[in-house]
Design a protein around this ligand. Structure first.
Ligand code: NDP
Ligand code: X2W
Length: 316
């Protein structure tokens, strides 16, 4: 039995990543991938590993979605563009699952928040799923196990590869601007700062930076706990919290971006306690922004919402 996926925004970085995953998925088949500006482009131009050289990106507008059929629709479109698509698809295909990769529906209670390790039951039942932001995924997975132990406002120092900024040219994905550089931006009030705080139920401070590598996120979290702890106790808390979670790797050592590139996992480790004050801790959370930060997490959500094994297509 196969199930079909329609992809809106197939030419973008996250869309291309999802195409790569669908190319080798045992059950999910691509109904079509759309492009507003490059219809007719071979899918293999976007995703070299795509198996059928005859497949092309199709032209589609929100007003035409009734012409398409799919069990799940993925919106891999810029922030601000998703709502029009979601409304049109809901009207034309009320039983279809919609997964929005943009930030547009993450604060909307009518949409299940698509972080499986923290919200699996709701995702299983959902027809509308808001995929988390990439830094927001790293931050929540790095903080959730100690959320009820926090005594202050955690600080999250994040560094992302420039693919995080998408294809549309900007200083944040300009290789010349980024060469031998590290670009701080949105150092207060970033949407992910609000997203993490909203989901954890307490404020955080998040300071993003973009780096000259293409993909990956490293996030170092500094927090104060209500009770003193040790590195061993901290590690044990995380190991217990993520026991059985196949997409979460917990390690004593601090994880590194280069080890998580092109993987669907998040790695959490480097558990450190201040020698001056055992209430103050640091932990590192690392993932691939295009994978666990977007497309492979979306695949977990599609699998769950369609009643398939969550890890289908994500493990060798
Ligand atoms: N990059 C990342 O690491 C992450 C991104 N996200 C979010 O995922 C979404 C996609 O990101 P990303 O792939 O990086 O973005 P890109 O800019 O790489 O791709 C977005 C694509 O959407 C298409 N597009 C633009 N406007 C519209 C529209 N009105 N309707 C339909 N398609 C449109 C464009 O392709 P075309 O011209 O062919 O239509 C464009 O290539 C964004 O909302 C982003 O915030 C979330 C997590 C991580
Ligand atoms: C380097 C870079 O620009 N990263 C993006 C995060 C990408 C992402 O997660 O997109 P959402 O807007 O859908 O949350 C940013 O900081 O906006």
């Amino acid at each position: 039995m196969t199930r079909s996926v329609a992809l809106v925004g197939g030419r973008g970085y996250t869309g291309a990543e999802l195409l790569g995953l669908l190319a080798r998925h045992p059950v999910l088949k691509l109904a079509f991938a759309s492009s507003t500006s490059q219809a007719g482009l071979p899918v293999t131009e976007v995703c070299p590993q795509w198996p059928d050289a005859n497949d092309q990106l199709v032209a589609l507008s929100p007003g035409e979605v009734a012409t398409g059929e799919a069990d799940a629709w993925v919106l891999a479109v810029p922030n601000g563009a998703a709502a029009e698509w979601a409304q049109a698809i809901s009207a034309a295909h009320p039983t279809a699952v919609i997964i929005d990769l943009s930030a547009d529906h993450r604060f909307d209670d009518d949409w299940a928040y698509g972080l499986p390790e923290l919200n699996r039951a709701a995702i299983r039942q959902a027809k509308r799923i808001a995929n988390p932001g990439c830094y927001a995924t790293a931050g929540q997975l790095g903080l959730a196990p100690i959320a009820d132990r926090l005594a202050g406002t955690p600080s999250l120092f994040g560094v992302s590869g420039y693919s995080g900024a998408g294809r549309t040219p900007s200083p944040k994905n300009d290789p010349e601007r980024l060469a031998d550089n590290l670009l701080p931006y949105s150092l207060a009030g970033h949407v992910h700062e609000r997203e993490i705080g909203h989901r954890l139920g307490r404020p955080v401070r998040f300071m993003p930076h973009v780096a000259p590598f293409f993909r990956g996120i490293a996030m170092t979290i500094s927090a104060r706990l209500g009770s003193p702890t040790s590195a061993a106790e901290l590690e044990a808390i995380y190991r217990e919290a993520y026991a059985g979670e196949r997409r979460i790797r917990v390690s004593r050592e601090a994880p590194e971006v280069r080890d998580m590139r092109d993987t669907p996992d998040a790695a959490i480790g480097g558990f450190t306690v201040s020698p001056d004050d055992p209430h103050d801790i640091a932990v590192v959370s690392v993932l691939d922004n295009l994978s666990k930060g977007a497309a492979s997490q979306a695949l977990q959500n599609i699998n769950l919402a369609l009643g398939l094994d969550e890890q289908l297509g994500l493990e060798p």
